[in-house]
Write a protein that binds this ligand. Structure first.
Ligand code: 4NP
Length: 155
């Protein structure tokens, strides 16, 4: 029997992109009636314990999702055994993940936009230093990917 899907979204700080990806995935999983585990983490420890960036909270709220309660954490070795899929937001996140993956990792690790036809190899741009508009683009990217992932799991 195959394992229950467990999906981890990873960015640098776990305060901008990956909390939005986690929220979008929860919304799509609920819509599709999927029983899956979903979480997010950062490659850095810079914001551990902090809530998401207010601009991420706001864009999620505008789309009817509350992420204010989530708290940043750093990705750890056990994540590579606990999750079946780890989706990195950008190339650097993916390289950082590959550098810390333990020898007995079972998770499939890839770029989140690889799940969208025509966007393979692309990165979800880091909105941290940009304006609020960029957070809307981030939401659109992670929502499109979450739909593709949900479709893939639903088979
Ligand atoms: P995230 O965005 O990786 O999408 O959470 C960032 C958050 C914080 C920083 C950079 C990117 N920072 O430099 O502190």
């Amino acid at each position: 029997m195959s394992r229950k899907p467990a999906i981890l979204f990873v960015c640098l700080g776990n305060i901008c992109r990956s909390p939005l990806a986690e929220a979008a995935m929860r919304a799509e999983a609920e819509r599709a009636g999927l029983d899956i585990e979903i979480d997010s983490a950062g490659t850095s420890d810079w914001h551990v314990g902090k809530p998401p960036d207010p601009r991420s909270v706001e864009v999620a709220r505008a789309w009817g999702v509350d992420i204010a309660h989530s708290r940043a954490r750093q990705v750890c070795e056990d994540d590579f055994r606990r999750f079946t899929h780890i989706y990195a937001m950008d190339d650097q996140n993916l390289a950082d993940l590959r550098a810390i993956a333990p020898a007995d990792a079972t998770a499939e690790t890839s770029l989140i936009l690889d799940t969208i036809r025509g966007r393979e190899g692309a990165s979800v741009s880091d909105p941290y230093y940009d304006g609020e508009d960029q957070f809307e683009f981030t939401w659109q990217d992670v929502t499109t990917a979450a739909r593709a992932i949900a479709r893939r799991i639903a088979g």
